[in-house]
Design a protein around this ligand. Structure first.
Ligand code: SF4
Length: 506
């Protein structure tokens, strides 16, 4: 039996769940001695389809997709790493490994992928797209995430070259276009559109000029290593900046319409489980923080860090697993609906952790323990069916960095279908839409699925326009990945003079 015959058999037997397909694969292995990989089956399915021998089989397509979760947020994340360069920071917990970007380890999966192609940005994007496609993922909408420590510390020429090469890989055919602006323009209609670009940096690197530079590179989200809300803890860990610079950076980024992700580290020297919980109460409750997204990286002891000395001297010790799990469950329990809790632990290979939690599936453990969480990630619809009659438009408001954030979403009971973030600032010239996202399985541009391409995004933008107009704003500006500009053009928006935002007079 070959892969095509197995696909025909699966259609005949009406395979609708993963277990049905697995059973067939095992049976086929008994006959042919060959256990087919999902990528072989996808290739065979695609060929049968293109030859017209079969009709599209949506349920089979769905179960053929391995690790579907990766594109269930509606876009394909592609993480790329910049080369080794160092960082102005001297944080006592941060590892240094020769040849690796500061704070990254050579045995982390994303680093291994980057290292294999010598950190070449073009090849990193190209090979990642190929791998996602081979697993049956749709890759027309790509969220590019640039990792590697402090992006601002890299030479500006390298930064521009790095993003340009990523765009070249996404565009596939750039017809000799090499400069960043032409590559961004070409990406507006490319096969793989960059719908978001995330850059990570230190809070004290954020100035008005740096914000402008990030915007020109095409950034839509900036992730800041905030790490603690205590100046004393920041000082003890030699972080090199204080909480005032974190608050200032958050305001500058939000006032420029950017999305803000913050990283925090519980269990730093000087912290206790009680002070860590209080830290998250402050992060959620204070208008100076209120991030859009949060990554929690509990401090772990890694070789080649100053913290090893502290640990040996008994000046610091990690929480045990039970204490850490309890703390994270409590933090999840108070997370507001407008924040996406993207990570609750950093995925450091166990062999590199000298002391500290080695559990990498903490999120699943917390779920099994019944920890309640209202964050965006826990409520995303993820390919589930929707019942149009039950869908409600929900409006939530909160003050943030001197502005009013209006978080609008379409929800069905506890499930989050789509969201937008409208920011009303003191200056009445324009309001900002900082985010628009429809969840559910990624579909190609113009496709139609359970939640994507059902007009939820359009309705949310219309509601945001209505609110902004009623509040006295003359214009709405939207921070848009270059690959989403075409979508906003259809809604009556055009690129502003500086070629940064999509805008529309109200
Ligand atoms: S700022 Fe980040 S990359 Fe730099 S030393 Fe500190 S933790 Fe490491």
């Amino acid at each position: 039996m070959d892969a095509s015959q197995l696909i025909l058999e699966a259609i005949k037997k009406n395979c609708a769940v993963e277990a049905d397909l697995r059973k067939l694969k095992i049976e086929a292995a008994g006959i042919s001695g060959n256990l087919f990989r999902n990528s072989d089956l996808i290739a065979a399915y695609t060929e049968l389809l293109s030859e017209g021998k079969i009709q599209p089989q949506p349920s089979l397509e769905r179960i053929l997709k391995k690790a579907r979760i990766r594109t269930l947020s509606g876009v394909s994340p592609v993480a790329v790493l910049t080369k080794e360069w160092g960082c102005p920071g001297k944080c006592i917990y941060c590892p240094t490994e020769k040849g690796m970007p500061k704070s990254y380890l050579s045995n982390e999966p994303a680093v291994m992928r980057a290292n294999r192609v010598k950190f070449d940005p073009y090849l990193q994007v190209k090979t990642r797209l190929e791998a996602l496609t081979a697993c049956g993922h749709e890759t027309t909408k790509v969220e590019l995430i640039v990792m590697g420590g402090t992006f601002s510390a890299l030479p500006k020429r390298y930064q521009t070259w790095f993003i340009s090469r990523c765009l070249e890989a996404l565009n596939e055919k750039s017809k000799g276009k090499k400069d960043l602006e032409s590559l961004k323009k070409a990406n507006e209609k490319a096969k793989h559109r960059m719908v978001g670009l995330t850059l990570e940096t230190r809070p004290d690197c954020i100035t008005p000029a740096e914000v402008k530079r990030f915007l020109q590179l095409g950034a839509t989200r900036v992730e800041l290593g905030a790490q603690s809300t205590s100046d004393e803890v920041l000082r003890k860990t030699k972080r090199g900046h204080d909480t005032a610079s974190t608050k200032n950076a958050i305001k500058l980024l939000k006032d420029a319409g950017l999305k803000v992700g913050l990283h925090f580290m519980p269990n730093l020297p000087g912290a206790t489980p009680a002070s860590d919980f209080a830290m998250f109460q402050e992060v959620y409750g204070s208008e100076d923080y209120s991030p859009d997204q949060l990554k929690i990286y509990p401090c772990a002891l890694i070789a080649n860090t100053e913290l090893v000395k502290w640990w040996k001297q008994g000046k610091w010790k990690p929480y045990n697993d039970a204490t850490l799990t309890k703390l994270l469950a409590k933090i999840k329990g108070i997370t507001p609906e407008w924040i996406r809790l993207s990570r609750v632990i950093r995925d450091i290979p166990a062999e590199s952790i000298l002391a500290g939690s080695k559990i990498t599936n903490l999120r699943q453990i917390l779920q099994q323990q019944g920890a309640k969480c209202n964050c965006i990630r826990c409520r995303e619809i993820r390919g589930g069916k929707i019942d149009e009659k039950k869908i409600k438009l929900v409006r939530r408001e909160y003050a943030a960095s001197g502005g009013l954030e209006i978080f609008l979403s379409f929800e069905e009971d506890e499930k989050l279908i789509a969201l937008t973030r409208l920011r009303l600032q003191a200056v009445k010239d324009f309001a900002f839409v900082r985010e628009l996202h429809t969840y559910g399985e990624e579909l190609g541009i113009g496709g139609r699925g359970d939640s994507q391409h059902r007009g939820f995004g359009k309705k949310l933008i219309a509601e945001a326009e209505k609110i902004a107009k009623q509040s006295g704003y003359k214009k709405l500006k939207i921070i848009s990945g270059v690959g989403v500009r075409e979508y906003y053009r259809k809604l009556g928006y055009s690129l502003d003079r500086e070629k940064i935002y999509m805008e529309k007079k109200l």
